[in-house]
Design a protein around this ligand. Structure first.
Ligand SMILES: Cc1ncc(COP(=O)(O)O)c(C=O)c1O
Length: 398
């Protein structure tokens, strides 16, 4: 069957621009590009615990047979949600098939015609798509720019409240492309001042951030940046994804019981899809339990991860490369303005044995092209040091 000509035209245009996306088997080399921050995706211990837990309940688990509200509902899902709610310090939690789907379903459901959504300009595509599916007006504020956010709030709040609407503020706790954090404390104060509701996507902080070890109950390790800052009573909704540090798949929206009941009724990407199978649910549950001390000491995975971050920060401080970030988190960037520069540095690093990918424009603004480095709890000082030396060879020579 022939395809409409615009498909081939669009692909050849991409090819000419050097931006054609192609499927592959992944890169060889030291992993500095996956989201497997805690090395759980390939963990033998976790694998065994999942198999054991499924066997203990007599579950085969590879098909859920229907949507959650039809034949796909299980006690296991309800129990897991209760466990997730407790872990993330929320009244309730609701599982979705992925973070992308959770963001679509949450934002589509809550934003009515009379509402307004203000979102950070660097928010992930899934948040923006969800905002577009909702009926409310929406505006982006400049990345982490509180003055711009305040200005938008003051300008629109009187009209929105006159028409009986509400304002949502949508941010990521830790930004997926830049690795920096939202100023959540100041935003919470601002939201209270204007009666706005904050939504935080914790995709890249889940499993990593949480209350520090001193005096904190171990079960909240990795509960996210909002819990680390003690702001959970002031945040309307949080999205925790399980395909990154959890080494599994899926996501959960957490918040008030009334929010979760509302989503069960009105979130289309929750209602109209086949439920995640038992195996997926068990992978999330066992990953959570492993992190909380089942089989290894609680907090151990996170401690190793933060040691790797500290090593990176120390090495960057002496590397003399002012284009390399040293954020306190998993995502670091090496700025290499220009698609050609980013591509050639990535290729050089790949040939030197590092699995890294360039991030090109238009995915990031022109001039902000970069190599995105993801740190993991298994990255060694030697690996990180060799990576920076290889970067220096290219960057300091140009
Ligand atoms: C900030 C953010 N939100 C949501 C998602 C989507 O999550 P998932 O991969 O579980 O669909 C991602 C994935 O990269 C992300 O970075």
């Amino acid at each position: 069957m022939p395809t409409p000509p615009h498909l081939a035209d669009a692909l050849s245009q991409r090819q000419q621009q050097g931006l054609l996306r192609q499927l592959g088997a992944g890169l060889e080399g030291v992993d500095l590009y996956s989201n497997d921050y805690l090395a759980l995706a390939q963990s033998r211990l976790l694998h065994q615990q999942i198999q054991q837990a499924l066997a203990d309940r007599g579950l085969l688990g590879h098909g859920a047979t229907g949507a959650r509200l039809l034949s796909g509902g299980t006690d296991l899902a309800l129990e897991l949600e209760a466990e997730l709610a407790q872990h993330f310090k929320a009244e309730a939690a609701l599982l979705f098939n992925s973070g992308y789907v959770a963001n679509l379903g949450l934002l589509q459901a809550i934003s009515r015609r009379q509402d307004l959504v203000l979102y950070d300009a660097l928010c992930h595509t899934s948040l923006r798509e969800g905002i577009r599916l909702g009926l409310g007006k929406n505006y982006a504020f400049r990345h982490n720019d509180l003055a711009h956010l305040t200005d938008l709030l003051s300008r629109h709040q009187p009209t929105i409240s006159k028409q009986g609407g509400v304002i949502y503020i949508v941010v990521e706790s830790l930004y997926s492309m830049d690795g920096d954090m939202a100023p959540l404390q100041a935003m919470t104060t601002l939201a209270q001042q204007f009666g706005a509701y904050i939504i935080v996507d914790e995709a890249h902080s889940t499993g990593l951030f949480g209350p520090d070890q001193q005096g904190a109950p171990p079960r909240h390790h990795g509960a996210g940046l909002v819990v680390q800052l003690g702001l959970e009573p002031y945040i309307f909704a949080r999205i925790h994804t399980f395909g990154k540090a959890f080494g599994a798949h899926g996501a959960s929206v957490v918040g008030a019981d009334s929010l979760i009941q509302y989503l069960v009724n009105f979130s289309r990407s929750f209602v109209y899809t086949t439920m995640m199978p038992a195996h997926g649910l068990m992978a999330i549950r066992e990953s959570l339990r492993l992190q909380n001390g089942q089989g290894i000491p609680a907090g151990q995975l996170q401690k190793r991860f933060w040691d790797a971050v500290a090593t990176w920060q120390r090495l960057v401080a002496t590397a003399g490369l002012n284009v390399v970030s040293a954020h306190a988190g998993p995502i670091q960037i090496i700025l290499t303005p220009g698609n050609a520069n980013a591509r050639s540095l990535a290729l050089y690093l790949q040939q030197a044995g590092f699995a890294v990918k360039p991030v090109l424009s238009p995915t990031v603004p022109k001039g902000q092209e970069r190599i995105r480095i993801c740190l993991h709890n298994y990255n060694t000082e030697a690996e990180l040091s060799q990576l920076l030396q290889a970067c220096a060879k290219i960057l300091l020579a140009t």
